[in-house]
Design a protein around this ligand. Structure first.
Ligand SMILES: Nc1ncnc2c1ncn2[C@@H]1O[C@H](COP(=O)(O)OP(=O)(O)OP(=O)(O)O)[C@@H](O)[C@H]1O
Ligand SMILES: [Mg+2]
Length: 313
């Protein structure tokens, strides 16, 4: 079914326990007789500059789930680290939610619950976004000194790990590797860095074979919980992976450093929002502006194109 004809799911109110909302996902505790399980519902909400827009992108949650699920399979096959996915089938629903089954189809993940490490593991292979802004001012990206005379969107000599704190409110904050060590411990930071760089490198190589440049991306990790809800020492990759929400994807065709790149992610939406900011019509704070239909369609089309390209065999 073309996503444009699908009803948007802005938010869900299922009867499972423990409902909470991220910017994009609704999360529930699932009944379990063993280790705790979560239901992650990828809604059609979109956030930019950490603000959830009031307009949904119909079908976006399904596209994200399809992309993340394919990448989880890819990572599992390479055995870098365990992941939290148990199933992408809609679980048995409480009777009161029976009518939600079709709306949930394709946008859910049943997952092993984890104690999430409060570090956003960002890897950058190219100089874009906030890293490009910082580089122009200071010659660094997230405090990492880079070679002189790099241009916008240029490939870095080697991918860099630029962690950020995971803030429950407001903007995530870039931190140095040492600050991360002080927060969660040096051994764990080294493990997060090594895993993140390995995963980025494998994924970027794969994406390139599909005509996509994976410019940067963000991972989250967590410790699997045991049946009593206590964290074990089993590290898992959690949340979403390598989606256009968590990553910058550019078309390989026509790529040229020295300018902004067209993209298959929410950069299109961000650019539209930045025009509003430049006109003084929006201040990058909640509430976000309602999105006109051409911006909804344009953003969705880019997400769809990423899915189609990544699926190409
Ligand atoms: N296996 C897991 N166990 C526990 N929490 C998880 C697991 N997987 C994902 N999460 C958490 O569920 C939430 C998913 O919601 P969503 O992706 O909308 O989050 P967000 O943090 O608001 O947005 P962003 O990803 O942009 O930071 C996140 O807080 C994420 O850390
Ligand atoms: Mg998230």
């Amino acid at each position: 079914m073309p996503t444009s004809t699908v009803d948007a799911v802005f938010e869900t109110h299922l009867s499972f326990q423990g409902r909470r909302q991220g910017k994009v996902r609704d999360v529930y505790d699932l009944p379990s007789t063993d280790a705790p399980r979560l239901l992650l519902v990828a809604t059609d909400r979109v956030s930019a500059f950490d603000v959830v827009m009031p307009t949904a992108l119909p079908g976006k949650g399904r596209i994200l789930t399809a992309i993340a699920s394919a990448w989880f399979d890819f990572l599992r096959a390479r055995a870098f680290v365990g992941d939290h996915v148990i199933s992408t089938d809609v679980p048995p629903l409480p009777p009161a939610d029976a009518d939600m089954k079709s709306a949930l189809e394709g946008r859910v993940m049943v997952c092993r619950a984890a104690k999430v490490v409060p570090i956003e593991c960002v890897v950058r292979g190219y100089l874009a976004g906030s890293a490009w802004s910082e580089y122009q001012e200071a010659g660094t990206a997230c405090s990492i000194r880079l070679p002189a005379r790099l241009t916008q969107c240029e490939q870095l000599p080697t991918p860099i790990f630029t962690p950020a704190t995971k803030e429950s409110h407001g903007h995530d904050e870039n931190i140095s590797f040492d600050r991360g060590c002080a927060l969660v411990g040096g051994d764990l930071m080294e493990r997060l860095r090594d895993l993140s760089l390995k995963i980025y490198t494998a994924a970027a190589t794969h994406a390139l074979s599909r005509g996509l440049i994976l410019a940067d991306t963000k991972f989250e990790f967590g410790y699997a919980l045991d049946r009593h809800g206590a964290p074990t020492d089993e590290l898992l990759i959690v949340d979403e992976v390598l989606t256009p929400d968590s990553s910058r994807y550019w078309p390989l065709e026509g790529y040229a450093p020295g300018r902004d790149q067209p993209s298959f992610d929410k950069q299109y939406l961000r650019n539209w929002l930045l025009e509003l900011v430049a006109k003084g019509l929006w201040g990058k704070c909640a509430p976000g502006p309602a999105l006109p239909s051409d911006v909804v369609a344009g953003t969705l089309a880019r997400y769809e194109e990423a899915l189609v390209k990544l699926r190409t065999t």
